[in-house]
Write a protein that binds this ligand. Structure first.
Ligand SMILES: [Zn+2]
Length: 271
């Protein structure tokens, strides 16, 4: 119970920091200085006005300086971050790699929000992912049993994550005669690969394409977007990457499917 409360509080406070990153990074402002202030009247926000979720409720969603409305997005991001941290705790327990994967989940959340709003993925987060992912890969037991194996898997994940999307970008540009995949997406998946290895990074891209196609086609059918409109791929890549954390390695999935087919075939033959 104590552990859950610690993880929950960390999630809320990192969610609050995520809001700062989401607002400032695409505007090329520092995420450290100055202290948080109202985006309308510039009034500095005191510590008790800056408590995740509670301040939003306590201030009745209004700035104390100018009375302008505080967006509901802020507490939503905070709560989402807390939920993601709790999910990471569920997966990895109170272990060495819990903070590692909390940074991973935090980055996915921030990248999703920024790409959704600005259609860019700031290099800072991809770089952070590469440094943390590769730097801690020797601890990451998801990547293998031996330390050397983990380092190698992380490095290959980096190459395959970035490389496969680079190929998509080149081929896509050749066929569509326009930008098919942004440089930001390529760097993001290179970073993701250092955490989850090459098999899962491919699985993540596959899941992202699947979700992206379903949502894209739905939006086109309901005329919310035009066929030529560019849609940000980052949120799908981030979602796909997060989903793979909950799945067994792709080899196990394929084996299970094959085994299931084999049994099905056997049943049919016996009949
Ligand atoms: Zn204000």
């Amino acid at each position: 119970m104590f552990e859950i409360i610690i993880v929950l509080l960390c999630g809320l406070f990192f969610g609050s920091f995520a809001n700062v990153c989401i607002y400032r990074t695409p505007r090329e402002l520092s995420v450290i200085k100055p202290r948080s202030h109202c985006t309308k009247c510039n009034k500095q926000i005191t510590w008790y006005e800056n408590i995740p979720v509670f301040s939003y409720i306590f201030l009745k969603a209004k700035c104390r300086g100018c009375g302008s409305k505080i967006s509901i997005i802020y507490p939503i991001i905070e709560v989402t971050c807390a939920i993601l941290f709790l999910l990471m705790y569920h997966l990895y327990g109170f272990s060495y790699i819990l903070p590692v994967f909390c940074i991973f989940a935090f980055s996915m959340l921030v990248v999703t929000a920024i790409d959704f709003e600005f259609q860019i993925i700031p290099d800072e987060f991809s770089l952070l992912l590469v440094i943390v992912g590769f730097g801690t890969s020797f601890l990451n037991y998801n990547l293998g049993d031996a330390v050397l194996q983990r380092l190698l898997q992380s490095f290959i994940g980096f190459l395959v994550g970035g490389g496969s999307l680079y190929v998509v970008a080149v081929v896509g540009k050749w066929i569509l005669k326009k930008e098919a995949m942004g440089g930001g997406d390529i760097k993001l998946m290179a970073g993701v690969g250092t955490f989850i290895g090459w098999e899962k990074v491919l699985l993540a891209i596959f899941i992202a394409s699947l979700i992206g196609s379903i949502i894209g086609i739905t939006l086109i059918v309901f005329k919310k977007i035009m066929k030529k409109d560019a849609i940000a791929f980052g949120p799908y890549l981030a979602a796909g990457s997060m989903i793979t954390l909950f799945l067994p390695p792709p080899a196990v999935i394929i084996n299970t499917i094959l085994l299931f087919e084999e049994q099905l075939l056997l049943k049919l033959l016996i009949r």
